[in-house]
Design a protein around this ligand. Sequence first.
Ligand SMILES: [Zn+2]
Length: 331
Amino acid sequence: MLPFKLIYSDGYYLPIGEHVFPAEKYRRIRDRLVASGVAEASDFLEPHPASDQDILLAHTSEYVDKLMTGTLSSREELELEVPFSHELVEAFWLAAGGSMLAARQALVDGVAISIGGGFHHAFPDHGEGFCMIHDVAVAIRRLQRDGKIRTAMTVDCDVHQGNGTAVIFAGTRASSDPLPSASGSPPAMHGIRRRNANAGDVFTISLHQHNNYPLWKPPSSIDVDLPDGIEDDAYLAWLDNALSSGLRQFQPDLLCYLAGADPYKEDQLGGLSLTIEGLKKRDELVFRVAQAKGIPVMVTFAGGYAQNVEDTVTIHSNTVIAAKEVFAVTK
Ligand SMILES: [Zn+2]
């Protein structure tokens, strides 16, 4: 039995037909974890969908109305890049419920993983890049409303910049903090000078490929713009730098880790060159830092578009194995 919970529902499946997003990955990850003996049935918790009131904590009523009534314009549906349906709306409400449950459970066990979620391209008033609802933002805002947390930090390791996250939580800016360079020629790391101390309650970190979607990258608290083709060691050094810098400036009550599988070298939508082993080291690094600081971690899976879906399943399953290895020590 795992020393933490996995949050999963068959309803996480996104009904989007043939698509570069492998919507069946969630069920396959669950099956892999059980078949390989990493997890057992009792390790899983089934989430309930978020309520409309929960969704409204991170989204405008105009946008939520359009989703409920199926009245997105064709331009808005195009921007979403997945075909609209009421079943899809239900899947996103459930993903938000799953992230809320993972966040609550992380406060109990120190870590919790939703086998889904991480839809970081959803904005308050629109969705894009396969993301309709920002499940992580809904979870953070709900726990804040319930008085369970005051502050949070998002650590987004998807290959694409967390533009929705940056906009929803605009207001917390890193102080200008020159960092030692990682190996080789350094990518740009932008810590925007603090304009208004303590303006924000959520500190956002995004490590992403610079030359990739989204074209417009609204500023996170810390953005690390990585060059094409960066490999394991350099990536891990930059992640370490970003985490150290962020945690020197900000003490979160909850860390929300978006463990995207798409920095993988064989990803169809990514241009970085991490190996499956490197991605597992990345997960271990985030977990070890959070554990050392005593910060609860909730995990969502975000993107993953490997040419071979089995690789995406392996990378996400390894995130659970990494958590098991790191957090088993103290349980
Ligand atoms: Zn992505």
